[in-house]
Design a binder for this molecule. Structure first.
Ligand code: SAH
Ligand code: SF4
Ligand code: F3S
Length: 448
């Protein structure tokens, strides 16, 4: 009988993408996926290391699986992804019930390992990437297996060379490597042919893409011109690598959506320097002003860290000030947490936890007000919306996204799923828009 796999994913889009490709690879090799660990012969947890909380969550879940395995010794238990990479063999030592530990660059080899070491091998496969691996990493072309068919991530690069002082990603994901342009086009076109409407080109630092003399702006042009995908998004961009040409592409390429995720991290120049971000608050402000001026109806989102070592009340005020000036549409806000082995880990983590929490609450509150205000300005306007899911709260409502990446809830029936429709916004809160479907903008004839 076919072996059944339960796969759970923590972490960012890149982990989701890796899991989707793993799933696809497992299915093509005769495995079946299950919805609960209880039905599984093999349990895989794809882990994240980015903050302490993410690792704690992974530890907790792995411990649960270990307890389960204690009673069901025939189950094969696998830790994959960034935490697996960071801890390697140490993880198997701490968790004797773990069979396999697989780093992010090895994840597609998992079916092979499962076959060769079906049980109790306590193997850690997370050797760091060398030159040879960097080239080989793109060789295996596996199309992701998606739960929602209409929107998909497509990796254009992996790894990161930036070494922001707080961040573990360059250590666990290795150096940046760029995917051949033709492979990206092929994947986007295959997705478009299979009914996908929107792709998000992903990379830890997506806008530093370089391949045979082509940069990220060129790549966007090619995806726009040479594929049948309807909408193109990308993330995550680093402010220091955001070129004038990229802004121009955002203003002019019809398929490219008007949203940019541009992590700021802090509004204090002193802290930005300690974070090794490579820009000042005024560089950032100039950049966002330029984007707003050139790209009509653009929406901006960001990441913020509060409580970085030595951050004073005044530094924090600078961050609040910048948030008010830029007026982001949304933001992900985090409390600083020390990551072992990073540069910032050598600094004293001297902002008390309760102060970090106070700052976090204050900044979340401010951003909520800004988002709410910005969303209110959209009342009565009409937007294109790609409907991609049933609303979780109400079975008769549907969820979609505008080109500017805002979540919209509409009434309607199943026919809306996977369509780009025209929606008039009737109400809003800080996180969501609500609207009425006007008419379908277009409906493509299905491709056989
Ligand atoms: N450039 C990356 C960022 C990945 S990490 C990308 O591709 O998305 C996502 C966010 O987590 C960062 O932008 C940062 O705001 C936050 N972060 C990273 N390390 C952190 C740490 N040690 N403590 C708190 N937040 C952190
Ligand atoms: Fe981490 Fe900075 Fe690289 Fe993003 S750009 S993954 S925050 S080191
Ligand atoms: Fe986490 Fe790894 Fe992504 S550390 S944020 S899953 S790159």
């Amino acid at each position: 009988m076919a072996k059944r796999v339960y796969l759970q994913t923590f972490g960012c889009q890149m982990n989701v993408y890796d899991s989707e490709r793993l799933k696809s690879s497992l299915l093509s090799q005769g495995y079946r996926m299950t919805k609960t660990p209880r039905d599984a012969d093999i349990i895989v947890l794809n882990t994240c290391s980015v903050r302490e909380k993410a690792e704690r969550r992974a530890w907790g879940r792995l411990s649960e699986f270990c307890r389960y395995k204690q009673k069901n010794p025939e189950v094969v238990l696998v830790a994959a992804g960034c935490m697996a990479q960071r801890l390697g063999q140490a993880l198997t030592e701490k968790m004797p019930y773990l069979d396999l530990v697989v780093g992010p660059d090895r994840i597609l080899q998992l079916p092979e390992y499962l076959q060769n070491h079906p049980k109790k091998s306590q193997l850690a496969i997370c050797s760091s990437r060398n030159e040879f691996d960097s080239q080989k990493i793109w060789e295996k072309e596996v199309l992701p297996h998606r739960k929602i068919r209409f929107t998909s991530f497509v990796a254009v690069s992996r790894g990161c060379n930036n070494f922001c002082s707080y961040c573990v990603v360059p250590y666990v994901r290795g150096p940046e490597t760029h995917r051949p342009i033709q492979q990206i086009i092929r994947e986007v076109q295959l997705l478009a042919r299979s009914g996908c409407k929107e792709v998000t080109l992903i990379g830890q630092n997506v806008n530093s893409y370089q391949f045979e003399g082509k940069d990220f702006a060129d790549l966007l042009q090619v995806v726009n011109d040479q594929t049948d995908i309807e909408w193109i998004r990308f993330m995550t961009s680093h402010p220091k690598d955001l070129s004038e040409r990229l802004v121009e592409k955002m203003a002019t390429l019809p398929k490219l959506c008007e949203h940019i995720h541009l992590p700021l991290q802090s509004g204090s120049d002193r802290i930005l320097k300690k974070m090794n971000r490579g820009y000042t608050s005024s560089d950032y402000l100039k950049l966002t002003d330029r984007i707003k001026k050139r790209v009509e109806d653009v929406s901006l989102s960001t990441d913020i860290i509060v409580g970085f070592p030595s951050e004073t009340e005044e530094d924090f005020e600078q961050t609040l000030k910048l948030l008010r000036k830029v007026e982001f549409d949304s933001a992900f806000m985090f409390r600083y947490s020390v990551r072992e082995g990073t540069k910032a880990a050598q600094l004293k983590d001297d902002v008390p936890e309760d102060e970090k929490l106070n700052r976090l609450h204050a900044i979340i509150q401010l951003q909520k007000e800004i988002s709410g205000r910005k969303n209110q300005r959209l009342l009565g306007k009409i937007f294109e919306v790609l409907v991609d899911e049933r609303s979780r709260r109400n079975q008769n409502k549907w969820k979609g996204k505008t080109r500017s990446n805002k979540t919209v809830i509409v009434d309607g029936n199943e026919d809306l799923l996977g369509k780009i429709v025209s929606v008039r916004i009737s109400s809003s809160d800080s996180f969501t828009l609500f609207g009425e479907v006007q008419h379908q903008i277009f409906e493509k004839t299905p491709i056989n």
